[in-house]
Design a binder for this molecule. Structure first.
Ligand SMILES: Cc1cc2nc3c(=O)[nH]c(=O)nc-3n(C[C@H](O)[C@H](O)[C@H](O)COP(=O)(O)O)c2cc1C
Ligand code: SF4
Length: 442
């Protein structure tokens, strides 16, 4: 027989993590920084929603014979060269600097084979990323590191960065070890020195300026390609309304679960709102602006599989945007090179050391010895396999709900398992929603 569980004997306020954290700050005199995402386990999530597929009251699509369309277009009827994605998935902006060149190459090859886009992230366009990506989104960030009009002209979409879910309201961090000669040259910065960048664009203070900025970027690109704006989900309804007023072609946001290569840990856990709540707010705000069909909503932050993606779409997103999941498909957290995880004081599955530049599997490093551990062709194949499996999962949920287009999923295809998520999303609770059964005797 198991012994009875004893409650912890330490304080709920001054628990070991809180004590370690204070003592570490007392030693270092600064706050902690790390990669990946929040460590919180108590956030409301997409797992609190379930699909309620067809039974007798609705007919499912036949999985093997009936088609289920996954294509989505950004900027249709708005720009000369809209961005057509064969699946409602985009690889998120992750800088060359945060990622190794082999990781960038592999992601670009996999995305091209799947008919979807990759994104430069901060720090400019690496020529090989352009070469390998059929559809490349170029980020335009406050730092303007590596940003040139020549590269903007080569973009298939421009993404104006004004924040990200892992650190809304603050900017980028790239620690010195990752500032290789090549990364530094692209950013016009000295090698080996920590880089911190702002999150406020130097030349706009409000929506009118943003409108002017959009016009400037549209002129640079000859009005050919769509322009999106990216924020971290926080005051998301207002942000969506302002972006829609400025007439962007797409709005990108990730919830507080969003991944990063380096963020202050305190911010990962205490800033922004969860993805599930943010989508519902954003979709409603866009609908209120009368632009729900015209402007695309691109949503990220903790998307792991086809179920998460299908739920995001059912809640009102058009496309999902993923950083961490494709990294995991590359090999992040893989239990190989165990001694290197140990040297970092961590283990696979717990590792969040992307900021250090000492990634054991060659993804978030600029050290040639580590980069060589990531075989580009094998890694690209793994990401392609993952994206294929995820697309099949997405179609599985759409078909089971009787939809021949993934984009036709909507909130009525789901029920909420918790009252909190039901209140956040407007998706009805499972069961009787608190009502007394009609057959109950009194
Ligand atoms: C390694 C890494 C580097 C990133 N670099 C950038 C960047 O340069 N610019 C940016 O806007 N967001 C950056 N992000 C955030 C992603 O674009 C995206 O918002 C986030 O990864 C989505 O959440 P997910 O990781 O849970 O999929 C980065 C994320 C990761 C994991
Ligand atoms: S394995 Fe590499 S990419 Fe993954 S969390 Fe660790 S350092 Fe980051």
């Amino acid at each position: 027989m198991k012994p009875p569980l004893r409650p912890p004997t330490y304080s709920g306020v001054w628990h070991p993590n809180a004590i370690d954290e204070i003592q570490e700050k007392a030693e270092l005199g600064r706050y902690q920084i790390r990669g990946q995402a929040t460590k919180r386990h108590d956030l409301p999530s997409l797992d609190d929603l379930v699909f309620t597929p067809a039974g007798l009251s609705r007919m499912a699509l036949e999985g093997y014979r009936e088609k289920c369309d996954t294509r989505v277009t950004i900027g249709e009827g708005r720009v000369k060269r809209p961005l057509v994605l064969e699946r409602p998935i985009m690889i998120a902006g992750m800088s060359f600097g945060a990622l190794s060149i082999n990781a960038k190459r592999a992601l670009a090859i996999a995305a091209t084979r799947c008919g979807i886009s990759t994104c430069t992230g901060e720090g400019g366009m690496h020529p090989e990323e352009r070469q390998y990506s059929d559809k490349l989104v170029v980020q335009y960030l406050p730092s303007r590191y590596g940003t040139t009009p020549y590269d903007l002209k080569k973009a298939d979409m421009i993404e104006i960065g004004a924040g990200q879910g892992a650190k809304p309201g603050t900017g980028g961090v790239l620690l010195g070890l990752k500032m290789s000669d090549e990364v530094a040259a692209m950013r016009d910065l000295p090698p080996g020195v920590d880089q911190r960048s702002g999150c406020r664009h130097p030349d706009w203070m409000g929506v009118d300026d943003l409108y002017m900025k959009l016009e400037e970027l549209r002129e640079v690109t000859n009005y050919e390609v769509p322009i999106s704006i990216k924020v971290g989900a926080a005051r998301i309804a207002n942000d969506v309304k302002l972006a829609a007023k400025a007439d962007v072609d797409a709005i990108v946001f990730d919830g507080m679960e969003g991944g990063t290569a380096a963020s202050p840990t305190i911010q990962l856990d205490h800033a922004g709102i969860p993805t599930v709540a943010a989508i519902a707010e954003a979709a409603e705000a866009l609908y209120e602006m009368g632009k729900k069909e015209e402007i695309k909503l691109i949503v990220g932050g903790g998307i792991k599989n086809g179920a998460d993606a299908a739920k995001c779409i059912a809640l009102g997103a058009d496309i999902v945007y993923m950083g961490t999941a494709p990294m995991i498909a590359l090999n992040c957290h893989k239990p190989i090179y165990q001694e290197d995880y140990e040297r970092l004081g961590t283990t696979p599955y717990e590792c969040q050391h992307c900021h250090t530049g000492l990634c054991p599997v060659g993804i978030t490093t600029q050290l040639p010895k580590l980069i060589a551990r990531l075989d580009v062709e094998e890694a690209a194949q793994r990401v392609e396999n993952f994206l294929n499996a995820m697309t099949m999962e997405l179609q599985l949920f759409a078909r089971s709900c009787g939809k021949n287009k993934v984009s036709d999923l909507d909130p009525n295809d789901m029920r909420a398992l918790t009252r909190d998520v039901s209140l956040m999303t407007g998706v009805p609770m499972v069961g009787l929603n608190g009502r007394t059964p009609m057959w109950a005797k009194y």
